[in-house]
Design a binder for this molecule. Structure first.
Ligand code: TXA
Ligand code: MG
Length: 343
């Protein structure tokens, strides 16, 4: 298969719009940028097209897909029993990085929900994502545009590396602004429940609903509510050592380790304040400690860079759970296999 690449300005051309619609309506795959990460999209009402996504990504069949919409009228075709709470959250956060889980309608094929009776829906705010969905005239089911197990793609170059000539079209939207996947919130439980933390935080949701909500994302379940919870994610080829402690202790520990061994295949991914104090050959500076937005937007780029540089040992430190910190720590813990070294 030969992939067509479109730039942002191409989406203003009628021929591009026609091509996007044709590809999606005939069961093809399109990679598109969103404000969180890139998605690999198909017609949500075409089970064969959705099946292709699983094949291309190497994704386990029991991990359901999020349906992306560009207009609220599409929500009623997909979901039922939409509560007052859900309407409040939609009002506050859509379009944006919040995925809501609802009871599904019969119109939603089992292939995309992995035979669950619920469906995940979100309305992205990225203008290119909106133009793409609008052009196709159908809801789009899409997981993150990466080979399963790798960090989600937040750069066009990542998408190209994983999916070039495996999909019909890639839309180049540059670097993803947020860089971490959407918050996933289950609205089918008596109390709304976070299944995956993202940039719409628990506090922001509770502030709109004026009541406490639940967060299941920190538990590793025997039978996870969100199938995606049980799979290895974000794991580079090298070993990740996740260090927890006061910043001075982290710096001291790193310099001690680096003194023993400072080979080319050892790297440190850290906040700016740490990067200035350590003597490693390979350092990836994520941004200032209190700037969680910048850290979030660079995290997957850093993890992917490790494989490009053939790094065998990767030191990273923990971050405070303020603001985006909870989502950052969720991804780091998964990448590190939930192992933490206290110093
Ligand atoms: O930001 C995002 O959400 C990106 C962009 C492309 O929109 N998408 C994304 O999709 O991260 P994916 O497939 O990588 O992650 C979707 C997560 C998975 O953990 C999956 O298990 C969960 O959402 N999910 C989907 N449908 C669900 C359902 N019906 N019930 C519970 N969890 C569900
Ligand atoms: Mg994913």
């Amino acid at each position: 298969m030969k992939t067509t690449i479109y730039q942002a300005e191409d989406l203003l051309k009628p021929n591009t719009i026609k091509h996007l619609k044709e590809v999606i309506q005939t069961g093809g795959l399109v990679v598109f940028p969103t404000e969180t990460v890139y998605g690999i999209g198909a017609n949500a009402y075409n089970p064969d097209a959705a099946h292709k996504i699983y094949q291309v990504k190497g994704r386990p069949q029991d991990n359901p897909l999020i349906v992306h919409i560009d207009h609220l009228h599409q929500l009623n075709e997909l979901a039922q029993a939409i509560s007052q709470d859900a309407h409040r959250l939609i009002q506050a956060f859509w379009p944006g990085p919040l995925t809501l889980i609802f009871d599904k309608t019969d119109k939603v094929p089992d292939t995309i929900t992995s035979h669950l009776n619920t469906v995940a829906v979100r309305m992205p705010s990225n203008p290119l994502a909106q133009m793409f969905i609008h052009a196709t005239e159908t809801p789009i089911c899409a997981p993150s545009a990466n080979i399963s197990g790798k960090p989600s793609s937040t750069l066009f170059e990542h998408v190209k590396m994983d999916l070039y000539n495996k999909v019909d079209i890639i839309i180049d939207g540059g670097k993803s602004t947020i860089g971490l996947e959407s918050t996933v919130l289950d609205m089918t439980t008596p109390t709304p429940t976070i299944l995956r933390p993202g940039s719409i935080t628990k506090a922001m949701i509770e502030n709109i609903l004026q009541k406490p909500i639940d967060d299941l994302s920190e538990m590793i379940h025997e039978s996870p509510k969100s199938p995606g919870m049980k799979y290895t994610h974000y794991k580079p080829q090298g070993d990740i050592i996740l260090i927890d402690g006061a910043i001075e202790n982290v710096i001291k520990y790193l310099n001690k380790q680096l003194k023993k061994n400072n080979n080319d295949d050892i790297a440190v991914i850290c906040a700016h304040e740490v990067s200035e104090q350590i003597h490693a050959k390979q350092v990836f500076d994520l941004g200032a400690l209190n700037d969680t937005e910048t850290i979030a937007s660079n995290l997957f780029i850093a993890l992917r860079a490790m494989d490009d540089m053939n790094i065998k040992t990767i030191y990273i430190h923990t971050f405070s759970k303020d603001h985006l910190g909870s989502a950052i720590m969720n991804r780091l813990l998964k990448a590190a296999g939930y192992r933490i070294l206290s110093v």
